[in-house]
Design a protein around this ligand. Sequence first.
Ligand SMILES: *Cc1c(COP(=O)(O)O)cnc(C)c1O
Length: 233
Amino acid sequence: MSGGIIESISSVYKRISHAAMRAGRDPSAVKLVAVTKTVSAASVREAVDAGVRLLGESRVQEARDKVSALAGDLPETVSWHMIGRLQSNKARLAVRLFDMIQSVDSLDIARRLDRYASEAGKVQRVLVQVKLGGGEARAGVSPERLSALLEGVGSLNNIVVEGLMTIPPLLETPEDARPYFRRLREIRDEAEAEGFRLPELSMGMSGDFEVAVEEGATIVRVGTAVFGRRNYG
Ligand SMILES: *Cc1c(COP(=O)(O)O)cnc(C)c1O
């Protein structure tokens, strides 16, 4: 698998660049978060050796194990992003582990993160996850409630919202995801018109990241296209 990861990463970067250029965007405006859930610490290292600096995990405990397995082994410039649903009893540990928490979707979880960040003497960077279809069970704040949530989080001193994240419902083709990505960008533009500052748009995964980049993604979260198919054991 050795050359595998390096080649896959270089191919993903190329595809990001081409998609950006098709849309008249600067390719360097798009950041790759390599999603390392179920991926071994050794493979994470390979990805970092190949130049990846942002790593995404969806479970706090798995991230903790990987971070300690790799302690002292990764450059200081590596940062971890939480991309999965955050349970409130894991919030304190999440603040300790993650530079960015992409999945904030309630004032309750934001207040907890703010409290733990204050205790830890840090300002926690977050994205607000927006739910665009996919049913009630799906994580994320509804577009109608976004302003109120941003307003509430704005009053907290130890947490800063840098943008929005979304996961579209399961779709047949990458093109089917386009309206969702476009919608997130429009929602961001509307919120910025209200005075919120939301430079980051985290959208697009292995199956559809090029479409997301064409629609304005600044962060893509890519697992399978970097590491191969996940084995959940
Ligand atoms: C697993 C996961 C990804 C990566 O999915 P791939 O299809 O393997 O690229 C992206 N975002 C979230 C929130 C995930 O849970």
